[in-house]
Every structure is written in C-alpha cells, then in structure tokens.
Design a protein around this ligand. Structure first.
Ligand SMILES: [Zn+2]
Ligand SMILES: [Zn+2]
Length: 245
C-alpha cells in the first residue's frame, strides 16, 4: 500500500493561504518527495513529517514554487538531522547545476560544507523509465514555459501508479500519459482558459471522459480555484490531505 500526502497545494503565489507544490509519496520501501516548493520545510514541520522519511526528491521543472525549497531541506538534513543515508535529487536535464546555483544564490552554497550524507543527483530523460529510491518514474514533457524544462510523470510505487501533471497547459496526449493511474494529481491553476501554460477547470471538465484514472485530484490551485474548493467537478486537494492507495 502507498500513501500520498499533499504538503503544498497552491499556485506560485500561495493562493488561499496554501503552501507551494510538494507531495510526499510513502511507498513500502521509502519516501519520495515530488516537487519541493520554497514552503516545503515549513509544510513538513507543520504536518509532523520527519525529513528523514525522504529518500529522494523528484523535481518536475525549474520554477521556484517547485524546486526552491531544496537548499533549506539539504541544510536541515545536515545540521538538524545529522543525516547519514543518501539523498537522491532527481529532475530534468541540468538538475545538479540548477540546484547548486540556487543554493549559492540563497547563501547556502553546497560546496562550502562537509556533508554527513551523500547527495546523489540524477537527470531524468523523458520516456526513459528510471528507478529512483523506492519508486520507478516515467517522465514526459509538458506544455509550460520551455526554459524551465517542464515534465509530468507517472510514478510506480509497488502495485500503485500515481500520475502527476507538474505544471502544464492542455496538450492532447496528457490523458494517455497518465492513463491507468490509480491516482492522477493534476494542476488546475485557473477556472477558465486564458493562459496557455497552465490548466483550468473548464478545459479539464471538457476532457474529463478521456482520463482513464482511478481518482483525479486537482492541485496547484490559484485564487479562483481555491475559492471553488468543494464546488467544482473534481476533487480538490488541501494542504495536509492524505490519500491511501
Ligand atoms: Zn507552479
Ligand atoms: Zn511552473
């Protein structure tokens, strides 16, 4: 059995007082953090989740609300937890360089300290299924600002499959990419169409029959969608929501 905990469910701007994107997948052999927005350390603390539970961090794309929380988590693992076991950090092409640059810009340069645990960077190539810690990941490109190397993914944890859209506008192949997932966590920033690089409720309703997924839960909710929570055509996530698969 797997468990999914929504650590953060807002858009980039913390709409509705929510935290930025982060999702913990608890598999039988360990934990995977799917995205790590800048508010993730606070989210884990608020929910009473030990950082040590996380064996791997998997990043969908290089926007701050999806990977900005990595430097603080690394430092907390070193100074607060005295972590020993390896931490894998996986993501699109350039993940190691981007995390190093980010940490340096925040004043937490990775090179300047002695680590008590190995940090292993891993680049994910689309359509190359890869074992990352306790799960197998199949990533695919999405329709989002291209310079951020946007990807969605299908994560297999034991017998369960979890689809994740990352950030994306609509593209016709999306239902096939997450087809067969027990749970599809889909971004829905807006209520109505208007911006090509994010999804909206109206578009998802129109395409709902195309998704062959056990359960669909909307996340990355902007201000309109945050206000529509409980009053739309899909389930919506809240910070702290826990799903057993
Ligand atoms: Zn985002
Ligand atoms: Zn983004």
């Amino acid at each position: 059995m797997s468990e999914v905990v929504f650590i953060g469910t807002s858009d980039a701007f913390g709409a509705g007082g929510r935290r930025q994107s982060a999702l913990l997948v608890r598999a039988s052999h360990g934990g995977l953090l799917l995205d790590c927005g800048t508010t993730t350390a606070s989210g884990l603390a608020a929910l009473g989740i030990e950082r040590d539970e996380i064996d791997a961090i998997l990043i969908s794309h290089f926007h701050g609300d999806h990977f900005g929380g990595i430097p603080a988590l690394l430092l907390a693992a070193l100074y607060e937890d005295e972590r020993r076991k390896p931490l894998r950090v996986a993501g699109p092409h350039g993940i190691e360089r981007r995390v190093h640059q980010l940490a340096a810009a925040m004043g937490y340069a990775i090179e300047e300290r002695e680590w008590s645990f190995p940090i292993e960077f891993l680049e994910l190539l689309p359509d190359h299924p890869t074992e990352i810690g306790p799960v197998k990941v199949h990533s695919f490109e999405t329709r989002h600002q291209p310079h951020t190397h946007p990807h969605g993914m299908l994560v297999t944890a034991g017998r369960q499959r979890i689809g994740y859209s990352g950030d994306t506008g609509w593209f016709d192949d999306l239902p096939r990419r997450v087809g067969g997932a027990d749970l599809f966590v889909c971004e829905c920033t807006y209520n109505t169409p208007g911006f090509e690089f994010h999804l909206n409720h109206q578009t998802l309703v129109a395409h709902k029959p195309e998704f062959d997924c056990g359960r669909i839960i909307l996340t990355h909710l902007g201000s309109e969608m945050s206000a529509r929570r409980g009053n739309c055509d899909f389930e919506t996530a809240d910070d702290g929501l826990t799903i057993r698969l």
